[in-house]
Ligand binder design. Structure first.
Ligand SMILES: NC(=O)c1ccc[n+]([C@@H]2O[C@H](COP(=O)([O-])OP(=O)(O)OC[C@H]3O[C@@H](n4cnc5c(N)ncnc54)[C@H](O)[C@@H]3O)[C@@H](O)[C@H]2O)c1
Ligand SMILES: [Fe+2]
Length: 401
C-alpha cells in the first residue's frame, strides 16, 4: 500500500497572451546560446515559428530550425532529428508545435545527452539522468506535453504507439501562449481538445493512490489519484466544458483559446502525475494501425470506456457531469453519473469526433488484435480503476466499432 504521493512539473511555466515574446529573455537566463528548434512546415507557413525564433535571435541566440516534424512522429524520425541536431551541437532544444513536435524534441534531448537510439529509451524510467535543457511551446491545446514526463512516438514496424516515460523529460521551461493556437484548424482544435478532456477524466477517475498496484521495488511516474491531481483535473474538465465547442467553432475567440490552453496544461499536470488509463491504452494500437490522430482515437473511445468504468466511479462521474455543465439537481448519484457519459457524447458530436471505430477505417477483424495489444500495456492499464481482461477490452472495442 502506498501512503505518500509526489508531484512533478516543468521547471518553470510562463502562461498568457503574448508570452512567446519573452522567450529571448527566458532562454538567455537559462544560458542558452545554440538552440535546436524542432517544428514543422505547417507552423512555418502559419507564421508561428517566426513568433518564437524572432525573440530568441533578438537575444543573440543561434537558432537552427528542424522543420521536418510530422504528426504522430515515428522512432525513425526521432533518430533522423537527433542525427541532424548532432551536426549543429546545440546547448538546448525547443519543441514548438503540438504534442508531436514537443515529443520529438523531448526524445532528442534525451538521446543527445545519453547516446543510443530512441528505441533504447522506450518504457518507464529508462532515461538515466538529466537531458539537454529543454523548452516546450505548445501550439495546440491538448497534450500538455509542455509539462509532462512523456514522449509518445510511433513504432511503425509493430504498428503501435509507444512511450518514453521519465521525469527527466519534463521541460525545464514551458511557455504557453494562447495566441499561438489561433491558427489551429478546427479538426486539430477538436482532436487535441478532447485529448485534454480524456487526460483530465482518466486522471480524475484513476485507481486511488493508496491502492495503486505497484510491484515491489518498481518506480513509476504514474501514482494513481491524489488530492492535487483531483484539483487540477476538476479545473481542466470545467474549462473544457466551457470553452472547447467555442474554440472549435470560432477559431479567433481569444477567451475560448485561452481557456483551452490553460485546460490542456492543467490536465497535463494532473495526468502526468496521476496517470492515464484504459482509453489511452486502447488508442495506442488503433492509432498505430490506422494513423488516426491520437485525439480522435481517444475522443471516440472515451464514452465507451467511461461506461465500463462507471460502476466503481459513480461519485466521480456525477461530479464530472456537474463540471461539464449538466443540470444534475434532484438526480441521485447513479443518474447524475450517467449524465457525464451523455455530456461527453454530446460534446463529441458537437465538435465532429467520429462516433464509431469503423469511421476511422478500422476493420472488425482487427479488433481482437487491438484488444491483445492493449492488454499488454500494463504500465497504463494498472492506472485504470477497474482491472480489465482481454475479453473486457475486446467487448469495449466491439461496442465502439
Ligand atoms: N507527451 C505527452 O504527454 C502526450 C500526451 C498526449 C498525446 N501525446 C502525443 O501528441 C501527439 C498529438 O499532438 P497534438 O494533438 O497536439 O497534434 P500534433 O502535434 O500531431 O499536430 C497536428 C497537426 O496540427 C498542426 N498544428 C499544430 N498547431 C498548429 C497551429 N497553431 N496552427 C496550424 N497548425 C497547427 C501540426 O502542424 C500538425 O500537422 C500524438 O503523437 C500523441 O500521442 C503526447
Ligand atoms: Fe493523450
Amino acid at each position: 500500500m502506498r501512503t505518500t504521493w509526489t508531484f512533478h512539473s516543468a521547471g518553470q511555466m510562463v502562461f498568457g497572451r503574448g508570452a512567446a515574446a519573452q522567450l529571448g529573455e527566458l532562454a538567455a537566463r537559462m544560458k542558452l546560446r545554440r538552440v535546436w528548434l524542432v517544428t514543422d512546415r505547417t507552423l512555418v507557413a502559419a507564421g508561428v515559428v517566426d513568433k518564437v525564433r524572432g525573440p530568441l535571435e533578438a537575444a543573440g541566440i543561434d537558432v537552427a530550425l528542424f522543420e521536418g516534424g510530422q504528426p504522430e512522429p515515428s522512432l525513425e524520425l526521432a533518430d533522423e532529428c537527433r542525427a541532424a541536431a548532432r551536426q549543429f551541437v546545440p546547448d538546448g532544444l525547443l519543441g514548438l508545435g503540438g504534442g508531436s513536435n514537443m515529443d520529438l524534441a523531448k526524445i532528442v534531448a534525451a538521446s543527445l545527452a545519453h547516446g543510443g537510439a530512441s528505441r533504447d529509451y522506450l518504457g518507464e524510467d529508462r532515461v538515466p539522468g538529466p537531458v539537454l535543457p529543454l523548452v516546450c511551446v505548445p501550439t495546440t491545446s491538448g497534450t500538455g506535453s509542455e509539462v509532462t514526463a512523456a514522449s509518445v512516438l510511433t513504432d511503425t514496424a509493430n504498428q503501435i504507439k509507444v512511450g518514453v516515460l521519465s521525469n527527466y523529460l519534463r521541460p525545464r521551461l514551458a511557455v504557453v501562449d494562447p495566441l499561438l493556437t489561433i491558427s489551429c484548424p478546427a479538426k486539430v482544435t477538436a482532436d487535441s481538445g478532447i485529448d485534454a478532456l480524456t487526460h483530465a477524466i482518466e486522471a480524475y477517475t484513476a485507481v486511488d493512490n493508496e491502492t495503486f498496484p505497484l510491484p515491489a521495488g518498481e518506480r513509476t511516474v504514474y501514482q494513481g489519484r491524489h488530492p492535487l491531481g483531483d484539483c487540477l483535473a476538476e479545473k481542466a474538465i470545467e474549462l473544457i466544458g466551457r470553452h472547447l465547442v467555442r474554440a472549435v467553432r470560432q477559431p479567433s475567440d481569444l477567451e475560448a483559446r485561452e481557456g483551452m490552453a490553460l485546460a490542456a496544461t492543467v490536465a497535463g499536470l494532473a495526468f502526468s502525475n496521476v496517470g492515464v488509463a484504459l482509453v489511452h491504452a486502447m488508442e495506442y494500437p488503433v492509432g498505430g494501425a490506422v494513423h488516426c490522430s491520437h485525439g480522435a482515437g481517444n475522443g471516440l473511445l472515451l464514452p465507451y470506456v467511461m461506461r465500463y468504468n462507471l460502476p466503481g466511479r459513480t461519485r466521480q462521474f456525477a461530479r464530472i457531469a456537474q463540471l461539464l455543465g449538466e443540470d444534475v439537481a434532484g438526480l441521485d448519484e447513479p443518474a447524475a453519473a450517467e449524465r457525464a457519459i451523455a455530456a461527453v457524447e454530446r460534446l463529441k458530436s458537437a465538435i465532429g469526433i467520429p462516433a464509431r471505430l469503423r469511421e476511422l477505417g478500422v476493420g472488425e477483424d482487427q479488433l481482437r488484435g487491438f484488444a491483445e495489444k492493449t492488454f499488454g500495456i500494463k504500465r497504463i492499464l494498472r492506472v485504470n480503476p477497474r482491472v480489465p481482461t482481454a475479453d473486457d477490452i475486446d467487448a469495449i472495442f466491439r461496442a465502439a466499432w
